[in-house]
Design a protein around this ligand. Structure first.
Ligand SMILES: Cc1ncc(COP(=O)(O)O)c(C=O)c1O
Length: 386
């Protein structure tokens, strides 16, 4: 077996980029903020709005406090309210469902495709038919999630949603930098939410997020809702309900710096994923990335029937890993009331999915060790089965 690298292997790496960019650049940018004193939504976040919109080719971007804020603000712009049905992937981080619930809407959980792990368009259609048949809720919006950074089947999902009079809010919180058939996340669905939590492909030094839209009207509503529903004409008149959803200028400055190395980091994530794709034993199932699409590889996730045993074995061997997500959102305590549909693929994924180290800074020594250690586990299992 390959020797264990002398340095620790990381599941995520939120720090190395500080040195790649240079600490002095961050410190200089922070000093500028101390000088101008506009700590919230200062010139840094305004510049970031423009650069992010430009990066993904969408007309408008509004930065905000977190990915959860971004999801909630987009739904606020669409006036999502009690009585509305919002169809959401069940195999996701809780925030995808939390946002519609916070606004009083009813989340309808949709199962995953067993290959892509993303929202299954066929189950979306089934769920819509069920809600229509019951006739109690107003069909409002669909939230597909680009799980682990990999784009959903947007052509199908958008068609089904639009045919049923609904809009699509892409939860690309894990997928900034991903590409769907030539379009970057942020410019695919009607609106998009992303997160800049430190472990994300474009990670800040704290919480942050952004919404993307191609209409000025939606963007103006987001901008108003992120400051308590403030009127753009009269700052002392709040014309709708909103929240404190602003991004602070320090986070804006960090993300402007991080954006300068995003493409190189994405290339390196791709390099790591290619080695896993090509060299990990077929004992492990691999997430299928749709044709003509690129994942942003927030995480690299395999499936394995002995997931918990594999997880323990990797940890024993100094390889950090994580089960994302061990409990489908619909089965979690706060969501029990809305656990109305069967999502068998999601349930299986919650028992079999395991995310292994994925950072742009894994080198060949790390990768040789991870791949050989995992393949040794597979060899043991394969020989037992033979
Ligand atoms: C799929 C998904 N949606 C939403 C969020 C929420 O983002 P944040 O933590 O920035 O609020 C996350 C963050 O982990 C996520 O992974």
């Amino acid at each position: 077996m390959t020797n264990k690298p002398s340095k620790p292997i990381m599941l995520f790496d939120c720090k190395t980029s500080q040195n790649v960019i240079g600490r002095d650049k961050f410190l200089k940018a922070f000093e500028k903020i101390l000088d101008h004193g506009a700590y919230c939504q200062g010139p840094e976040t305004k510049e970031l709005d423009e650069k992010l919109a430009q990066y993904c080719g969408s007309k408008f971007c509004s930065t905000c406090g977190s990915g959860t804020d971004a999801l909630t603000l987009a739904l606020m712009a669409w006036n999502v309210k009690p009585g509305d049905a919002v169809f959401v992937s069940s195999f996701t981080f809780v925030a995808s469902a939390e946002a519609p619930v916070l606004l009083g809407a009813t989340p309808i959980f949709v199962d995953s495709d067993p290959n892509t792990f993303n929202m299954d368009p066929k189950d979306l259609q089934r769920a819509i038919d069920e809600v229509k048949k019951e006739g109690k809720l107003h069909l409002k919006a669909v939230i597909p999630v680009d799980i682990f950074g990999s784009p959903c089947d947007y052509d199908e999902i958008i068609k089904i949603a639009h045919d049923n009079g609904m809009k699509v809010l892409a939860d690309s919180c894990q997928a900034f930098g991903s590409v769907y058939k030539g379009k970057r996340a942020g410019n695919i669905a009607d609106m998009t939410a992303t997160s800049f939590y430190p472990t994300k492909p474009l990670g800040g030094f704290g919480d942050g997020g952004a919404t993307f839209s191609n209409t000025n009207e939606e963007n103006e509503l987001v901008k108003s809702c992120r400051v308590h529903g403030m009127s753009p004409e009269d700052h002392y008149d709040n014309v709708r309900l909103g929240m404190t959803g602003r991004m602070n200028s320090f986070q804006g400055a960090v993300l402007l710096q991080k954006l300068t190395i995003l493409d190189q980091e994405l290339k390196d994530r791709f390099r790591v994923a290619s080695r896993y794709d090509n060299e990990l034993d077929s004992y492990f199932g691999k997430q299928k990335i749709l044709d003509n699409c690129k994942s942003a590889y927030a995480l690299y996730t395999v499936t394995c029937n002995d997931r918990d045993e594999l997880m323990a074995y990797l940890k024993e061997n100094g390889i950090p890993c994580g089960a994302y997500y061990p409990r489908p959102v619909n089965t979690q305590t706060a969501y029990a009331k809305w656990n109305t549909r069967n999502v068998p693929v999601c349930e299986k994924l919650s028992k079999t999915a395991l995310s292994i180290p994925m950072t742009p800074y894994l080198d060949n020594e790390d990768l040789d060790y991870i791949i050989n250690t995992m393949n040794a586990f597979a060899a043991k299992k394969n020989s037992k089965a033979a």
